[in-house]
Design a protein around this ligand. Sequence first.
Ligand code: ADP
Ligand code: 5GP
Length: 238
Amino acid sequence: MTDPAHSTPNPAPGTPGTPASAPASIGDGDLHTRPGLLLVISGPSGVGKTTIVRYILEHMDVVFSVSVTTRSPGPNEVHGRDYQFISDQEFDQLREDGELLEWAEVFGNRYGTPRRPVRDAVERGRLVLLEIDVQGAIQVRRAMPEARGIFILPPDEPTLLQRLRDRKREDEATIQRRFSEAKREIAQAQASSAYDAFIVNDDLDRAQCQAVERIESWLAEARNGDPMPGRRHGGTQG
Ligand code: ADP
Ligand code: 5GP
């Protein structure tokens, strides 16, 4: 993930994914009386998560939750923007102190979501976005059933393999390992109840618009006082 936590003003009228009927208050998270929304986005490595999350950050008023991780920073990554890069000991301490909303080991490194900034932002009425793996999404669903989840699917397996190669980040052996892991992760996501929508990232514009539309409908629901905030929605396929 390469985008910083940031928020932007309300999208201009006519911005893709902004329904004309959206209440004027959407995106303005300053009032204490307005319930926020915790949103989880997951998907296998290479599916296009970063691309779609970047679009959401550019088009909606969102707080991006910066995770902690024990892995080393990549060449273009910035501490405090992409992740907080911390030691194993610091990670253990956060866990022991109950400071992590969820955590998981992914590809041999540990990742976790700091609990307090997420809770504070949701309490302030903000839309808060977590880009985390399936294990983490399952924990979030348990801890906060009112959270919503989107899982990004590839159109098919060969396309996913090609996108992993297109990133030019890893050697072929690592790509194959990530590809096997991706298939396992998709099956785990589909078997879990952690996601409310499955969006196929075939045409990028369409996938991005679908994501924004779903999020806006959940925000409207949360802010209009849905009587069943933990209710599951029919998944979106395609
Ligand atoms: P992730 O964060 O899930 O690993 P990325 O956002 O880095 O995935 O995308 C992986 C690669 O696939 C990138 O090269 C990106 O430009 C490309 N990509 C993303 N979505 C699409 C799409 N719908 N069609 C074609 N290429 C895509
Ligand atoms: P990467 O090292 O490529 O940035 O991330 C690897 C995986 O870890 C991705 O699937 C990403 O979504 C996941 N991840 C990143 N931060 C967190 C987190 O805080 N918690 C969990 N459970 N997974 C995370």
